[in-house]
Design a protein around this ligand. Sequence first.
Ligand code: GSY
Length: 171
Amino acid sequence: MNGLIPPRRVVLSLGSNVGDRMGALQGAVDGLFDAPGLDPVSLSPVYETAPVGGPEQGPFLNAVVTADTRMPADVLLERAQSVEEALGRVRDVRWGPRTLDVDIIAVEGERSDDPRLTLPHPRAHERAFVLRPWSDVDPGAEIPGRGAVRELLAGLADQELRRRDDLVLRV
Ligand code: GSY
């Protein structure tokens, strides 16, 4: 061993429902991959989704990104948060409208109860806006302790989402 963490597959969820939503998602992709240490594997289609939880608010654009990295999960969290801040994220209301959310959904082989970064994400299994784009890019994906993403998604048919083929994210 050379002391390096071997590369691990990570899954990130992007969401925006304020201002230039597509600009925020593309800005997140640019910010995540501009710095070294995170190698893109796939970008999902973009979905227009009805808000889940929180106060009354406008529809989101959501997408999922998968990547490989040797970064420890806490360093990845710092990257995600600095991208949110760079895109002008203001955190006013819990579960309220936001210019950009970059959530770490899963880090291969890692489970954590740390409230700063719980892995896998504690609510991913009940959110179609995460599971649908994730299953597009990795149809065999599983959430440790929860089950197959495709099966979890089948139980969430009441959550509205519409694929936006006119909007395409690029690395
Ligand atoms: O945690 C992500 C922020 N968020 C979203 C979201 O991204 N999309 C939808 N559809 N609903 C949401 N509720 C919250 S909180």
